[in-house]
Design a binder for this molecule. Structure first.
Ligand SMILES: Cc1cc2nc3c(=O)[nH]c(=O)nc-3n(C[C@H](O)[C@H](O)[C@H](O)COP(=O)(O)OP(=O)(O)OC[C@H]3O[C@@H](n4cnc5c(N)ncnc54)[C@H](O)[C@@H]3O)c2cc1C
Length: 555
């Protein structure tokens, strides 16, 4: 609308605001996600994912995401008579979000179907649900990731798995054996050390003879324990034989409350829909899982799976931010034409779209490596190193993407009524928890040192894409040279992991993305002077093709 026409109307008339982005199918409107779902081996899941995409995009579900964050959970430590209850209460919207995710297997799919590509299907669907609310992804992720660790104690798995994998959400705070569905959490971090869990001081004393599968009495604390309303937790505690892993239910087998005391809820920057707590164990009941002294080795299986979710969670947040930014810029006019028709804005939007598409492609490729790992040692090696690379890089990029997408909405981006402000507060978390940035980079180095197959699997993946884009080919040659030098690798780790991530993303885009996307990615990220900010794609880039591929269309 022209400026003079705007001026003729009264102040009460709302003009030139973009329509709310709602009531659209998140799968249908996300070409990279749809293509990746098929490419990485989960085409069979397309009808279910399409149905889910429709559900997730409904205005009422987007509103649940907003409400659950606007009304954070509250802690009730005691009942009115002074008895400890340690219960967390949530807004009804939180329960709706969990019900939706659980009904569609976001917490369980790879363990409930024999279909190949189940991790890919789950990742794609979880990426859509994550766009509603980051906080509720936390218990869904931990519940999904608990299964490999749970199976280290087969009798425990036999008892708990059916309720963990149930597609019924049961929010009641009652013993698990009375429930139709349960959630599982994980608490490792203590006040004196999170990355270095060897410093844990929590102690476990055997109730009987002790050893794997035996009952223990656990005393100590955890400084971070998210989703404390979960029905049971995996925790680490010291024993005379070393740091060991324990399964700690909220209720003891006799139905009485376990001595798991929630001290307080954290007052967090973001992730507000989710409760994160400080807890104390006062002789709490727990079962040893895995061998004595093998706590880290046992729980790391759970951590490995949560890291996948952190990686694709960052990609999902980027997608939501880019969807909002491209949508807004298409509908909003400035200087007599749509924002998205201004050359400099086109450059910013297209650059954000590239980052989002590269993240989606890498996320689904990582998920496939989880699918293939059990039967393919090369994929298992790739999975280990590439998950750390992906978690690090996408976690970092997501923070910048959300900040820039927020600015595309102008002042509206900074206001809590819209989704961008919340995304901005939520977004650093996936980089921080489950092993922060440096820890991921050090993990990549550890993989390279301990398992030569990991480096080879990574290079094989990257080399496979050579031959179609000279910029990509030159970058791979450069990376190979860099990797030959092991000197000073630790202080250089972030830079090296960054290059690995770019090569992995480039490999996927040059093979599978449309030419404007692949060419612009290589030109801006792999060749020439790499810029720090967004909106720095070289002239000649097909901005419109890149933006229109990403922009959700409501009509
Ligand atoms: C909202 C929220 C929820 C959480 N929920 C849970 C939960 O449910 N369960 C749970 O167990 N934990 C949880 N955490 C804890 C989280 O996983 C830890 O905070 C994280 O692992 C870092 O540990 P730390 O805070 O002790 O920091 P530190 O370990 O002290 O690390 C501080 C910084 O130093 C860096 N660093 C550490 N070691 C090295 C090294 N060798 N070289 C270079 N740099 C290094 C780290 O990367 C980090 O940047 C949660 C955290 C948050 C913020």
């Amino acid at each position: 609308m022209k400026t003079d026409e705007l001026a003729r109307r009264g102040p009460q008339e709302v003009l030139n605001q973009s329509p709310v982005l709602e009531d659209y199918n998140l799968l249908e409107q996300d070409a990279p996600l749809r293509e990746g779902l098929t490419r990485e081996g989960a085409e069979w899941a397309m009808p279910m994912a399409g149905e889910f995409g429709e559900m997730v995009g409904k205005a009422e579900n987007l509103e649940h995401g907003r409400l659950a964050n606007a009304h954070p959970p509250t802690l009730h430590t005691h009942d009115r008579f002074g008895n400890r209850v340690d219960e967390v209460r949530f807004h009804p919207a939180w329960h709706e979000l969990l019900k939706l995710g659980i009904a569609y297997g976001n917490h369980a799919m790879p363990w409930t179907t024999d279909q190949p590509g189940a991790h890919v299907a789950r990742a794609a669907m979880s990426m859509m649900r994550h766009q509603l609310d980051e906080g509720s992804s936390c218990p869904l992720t931990m519940t999904f990731a608990s299964i490999p660790t749970l199976r280290a104690l087969p009798s425990l798995a036999e008892e708990w798995e059916p309720r963990i994998l149930s597609t019924e959400y049961d929010s009641r705070f009652v013993p698990a054996y009375l429930k139709r569905g349960v959630l599982i959490g994980m608490a490792m971090t203590e006040r004196q050390g999170g990355s270095d869990v060897r410093s844990n001081t929590t102690r476990a004393a055997p109730i009987g003879r002790g050893g794997p599968g035996s009952e223990y009495s656990i005393t100590g604390h955890k400084w971070f324990c998210s989703a404390p309303m979960c029905d049971a937790f995996f925790v680490l505690a010291q024993t005379p034989g070393g740091l060991s892993c324990f399964f700690m239910p909220r209720f003891k087998p006799d139905g009485s409350l376990n001595r798991f005391h929630i001290q307080r809820l954290k007052d967090k920057l973001g992730n507000r829909s989710n409760a994160s707590s400080e807890v104390e164990f006062h002789g709490a009941y727990g079962l040893m899982v895995g061998d004595i002294g093998e706590g880290v080795r046992t729980i790391i299986e759970m951590v490995r799976h949560t890291r996948l979710d952190c990686a694709f969670g960052s990609a999902a947040t980027m997608r939501r931010a880019v969807a909002e930014a491209t949508h807004h810029a298409h509908h909003r006019f400035a200087f007599d034409r749509s924002l998205s028709s201004h050359p400099l804005m086109k450059n910013v939007l297209a650059d954000l779209c590239l980052e989002s598409e590269a993240a989606t492609a890498l996320s689904l490729r990582l998920a496939r490596s989880f699918d293939e790992s059990p039967n393919d040692p090369q994929q298992a090696s790739f999975c280990r190193i590439a998950t750390a690379i992906g978690k690090y890089w996408m976690g970092k990029r997501a923070i910048s993407v959300v900040a820039e997408a927020l600015e595309c909405l102008g002042g509206n981006g900074y206001v809590e009524e819209g989704p961008l402000a919340r995304l901005y507060r939520d977004v650093p978390l996936n980089s921080l928890w489950e092993g922060s940035g440096n820890i991921q980079c050090l993990d990549v180095l550890r993989s390279l040192n301990k398992d030569p197959a990991a480096g080879n699997a990574l290079l094989t993946e990257i080399r496979n894409a050579m031959g179609s884009n000279p910029m990509y080919d030159r970058f791979v040659e450069f990376l190979e040279k860099e990797l030959q030098s092991s000197e000073d690798l630790e202080p250089r780790a972030r830079r090296v992991v960054e290059w690995m991530a770019l090569a992995l993303q480039g490999s996927l885009l040059v093979q599978h993305a449309p030419n404007p996307v692949a060419d612009a990615f290589c030109a801006s990220r792999l060749a020439g002077d790499q810029a720090f900010g967004f909106g720095t794609l070289p002239p000649g880039t097909d901005f419109d093709a890149i933006i229109e591929r990403a922009r959700p269309k409501l009509d």
